[in-house]
Ligand binder design. Structure first.
Ligand code: ADP
Length: 246
């Protein structure tokens, strides 16, 4: 496993308040990593820095074997370099079928109109079938995405990210609002994705994090408070204090 992303000494202030404070972080490729931390710990800002949405005041963010600085790249360049992000709320094209949603993602198209072009050109069909299998939606390929369950929409969106050949996937609270069976499927899906890609999962649900069975990074006040297995970090007295609000 080689390092894909390395942050060092990164700080971000909003109106004088340090949301991220001298943060250092590394993730390999492939790797699965869970990020936990109380509200306001800086988890969202951390992901915003990686995607280029928020620019740090200081520090370095180095990516890939050529050590590109993400701080010198635009948000769209960062996305093109293989950084994909999934927000908590699924954003699929509801009127389009699962197949069409995946086709759009595969061609990196952003509008349902582009599907018309796709219909004339079925290249990529095999890839779509294989992604559908990976996300467990083969039987739903012809269904409009709007008819899917909440969990299925989340998987479709993960599939749409996978279609864009990512290297680093940032996934925000994938288990929120899911049934126990959907959570299990999501765990499997993310673990499989992390066999090929770097996958960062921000999650509040500790049972879900336990099932991911991966290295955990605990953020607190914009810094890394602890890192290691879930058992390791949850037995750390500082982490216990933060979670119990002491
Ligand atoms: P988390 O995702 O862990 O809940 P955030 O990254 O959203 O944490 O926020 C970290 C801290 O930075 C919080 O105290 C939040 O209020 C503050 N913050 C985040 N974004 C902004 C912003 N755009 N303007 C001012 N304060 C912000």
């Amino acid at each position: 496993m080689s390092t894909l992303l390395e942050m060092s000494g990164v700080s971000v202030s909003f109106d004088g308040f340090k949301a991220i404070n001298n943060l250092s972080f590394q993730i390999g490729e492939p790797e699965l990593r869970a990020i936990i931390g109380p509200n306001g710990a800086g988890k969202t800002t951390f992901m915003d820095i990686i995607t280029g949405k928020t620019r740090p005041d200081e520090g370095r963010v180095i990516y890939g074997e050529r050590s590109y600085s993400l701080l010198k790249m635009s948000e769209s360049d960062i996305a093109r370099a293989g950084v994909g992000r999934k927000f908590q709320k699924p954003t699929v094209f509801e009127a389009q079928s699962v197949r069409e949603n995946l086709a759009m993602a595969l061609k990196n198209k952003r509008s349902p109109f582009d599907v018309l072009l796709y219909r004339k050109n079925s290249e990529g069909a095999a890839r779509i079938e294989s992604i559908a299998e990976e996300i467990g939606l083969t039987a739903e390929l012809a269904r409009p995405a709007g008819e899917l369950s909440h969990g299925q929409k989340q998987w479709l969106e993960i599939g749409m990210l996978l279609a864009q050949a990512p290297r680093l996937l940032l996934v925000d609270e994938p288990a929120a609002g899911m049934t126990p069976a959907e959570r299990e499927h999501t765990t499997d899906l993310l673990r499989r994705a992390a066999e090929k890609h770097a996958v960062v999962v921000v999650e509040h649900d500790m049972e879900f994090v336990r099932r991911l069975n991966c290295k955990v990074t605990v953020l607190h006040e914009g810094s890394v408070l602890a890192e290691g297995s879930l058992d390791h970090v949850t037995s750390d007295s500082q982490v216990i204090d933060v979670y119990l609000g002491r």
